[in-house]
Design a protein. Structure first.
Length: 85
């Protein structure tokens, strides 16, 4: 029984870590795009740029919230005592 529960826990931890890494990479890409816009290296004319920037900022904030939840879940799983044998 123990190995089944342990394997499930380990699988879940691996899934959480993979999702965290994926979201961190996505956040880094969003931040780079926002920085490029701020530096003026992306040259777009019109009001669409403000909407695009806002959309990127909203997505980044949502990623931050999701990352915080996933990291809390991972911490809870990592802190749990192993089931008795």
């Amino acid at each position: 029984m123990r190995s089944g529960n342990g394997s499930e826990k380990e699988r879940r931890i691996r899934q959480l870590r993979a999702e965290i890494v994926r979201l961190q990479v996505r956040r880094q890409v969003l931040t780079q795009r926002l920085n490029s816009i701020a530096r003026g290296t992306v040259r777009n004319q019109g009001t669409g740029l403000q909407h695009a920037v806002h959309g990127l900022e909203v997505e980044r904030d949502q990623l931050d919230a999701r990352l915080a939840r996933l990291q809390a879940d991972l911490q809870k799983l990592s802190d749990q005592e192993p089931p008795p044998e």
